[in-house]
Write a protein that binds this ligand. Structure first.
Ligand code: C2E
Ligand code: MG
Ligand code: MG
Ligand code: MG
Length: 279
């Protein structure tokens, strides 16, 4: 009987794994189509300037509006896009949507910075710099107000060529943020050689405040030293925000302020929290 059960077990697992592989394949096929038919949208999560209490910007976060599935979150498809190379097309779309939105906000008289996520593979693609150049040459492109979020992984490797690439990008009018800061393995001695304008403290540290206080303070000091603003990600409680106020962190982002919102929701949110410099 136990042999029988063992056999059943094997069959069960094979079927399960087969089902997972099939779902993965179907997702991949659907993603290929989705990239062509542009099934992606951005949601926007406000960035709070802690000192002034004003919303000074937003992070654009991609969502897949998958037919018959509803809104799919990035954790379910970004890695597949990275593995298959679809990320170049998806990343291009995200930058196009984001830049168009930033220009529209300017036209509406809203003074907002917009951060957009760039994946490591997208960053190393030869088409990335030409794309940025093309976007920055658009009429009314908000120079200095689009920030590209890269992860520490991007900074590993030949630091001279990475620094040159980052300098070329900032010369076009983009700013550079390090996302999920503190979780990667970037060489701290090179950090000051890169033209960084922002460090985003990973949610895992913010979540552990005040226990993680020494680490967060270290990042705040580092930011000051290199002239980069520090944003705390994933702020969920008033206690966390109070700690950040007390320790002079520049910006906060998180569910305490609001979850990411679709563009209409974001603009409605701003109505109740007027951003600075409204014309
Ligand atoms: P991320 O760039 O670190 O973005 C922050 C993530 O934390 C978002 O998840 C956001 O919804 C979530 N978050 C914000 N505040 C809180 C909070 O208070 N508590 C908790 N528990 N979570 C919070 P989301 O939108 O699911 O995005 C996940 C990741 O997917 C992003 O992490 C980013 O790495 C990636 N991603 C999103 N959009 C893009 C994109 O356009 N391109 C690329 N390459 N990656 C993207
Ligand atoms: Mg990000
Ligand atoms: Mg992050
Ligand atoms: Mg993250």
């Amino acid at each position: 009987a136990s042999k029988q059960a063992g056999r059943n077990c094997v069959t069960f697992f094979n079927t399960e794994m087969g089902a997972a592989a099939l779902a993965r394949d179907q997702t991949e096929v659907a993603l290929k189509r989705a990239v062509q038919t542009k099934e992606f949208i951005l949601h926007y999560q406000p960035r709070l300037d802690i000192r002034s209490g004003k919303i000074v910007g937003a992070e654009g976060l991609v969502r897949w509006n998958r037919p018959e599935h509803g809104l799919v979150m990035p954790d379910a498809f970004i890695s597949i896009c990275e593995e298959t190379g679809l990320i170049d097309e998806l990343g291009k779309m995200v930058l196009e949507i984001g830049c168009a939105q930033a220009i529209a906000w300017r036209h509406a008289g809203l003074d907002l910075d917009l951060s957009l996520n760039v994946s490591p593979r997208q960053f190393s693609d030869s088409g990335f710099l030409p794309l940025l150049k093309k976007l920055a040459s658009q009429t009314d492109f908000p120079h200095g107000h689009i920030e590209l979020e890269i992860t520490e992984t991007v900074l590993i490797g030949d630091h001279v060529s990475i620094a040159e690439k980052l300098k070329a990008i900032t010369a076009m009018g983009y700013r550079i943020a390090i996302d999920d800061f503190g979780t990667g393995y970037s060489n701290l001695s090179y950090i000051s050689r890169f033209p960084l304008t922002c460090l985003k403290i990973d949610r895992s540290f913010v979540d552990q405040l005040p226990t993680s206080g020494p680490i967060v303070q270290l990042i705040l000091t580092l930011g000051q030293q290199i002239g980069a603003r520090v944003v705390s990600e994933g702020v969920e409680t008033q206690e966390q925000l109070d700690w950040l106020i007390e320790h002079n962190c520049e910006e906060a982002q998180g569910y305490l302020i609001t979850r990411p919102l679709d563009v209409d929701g974001f603009e409605a949110f701003l109505q109740g929290n007027a951003p600075t410099g409204v014309a």
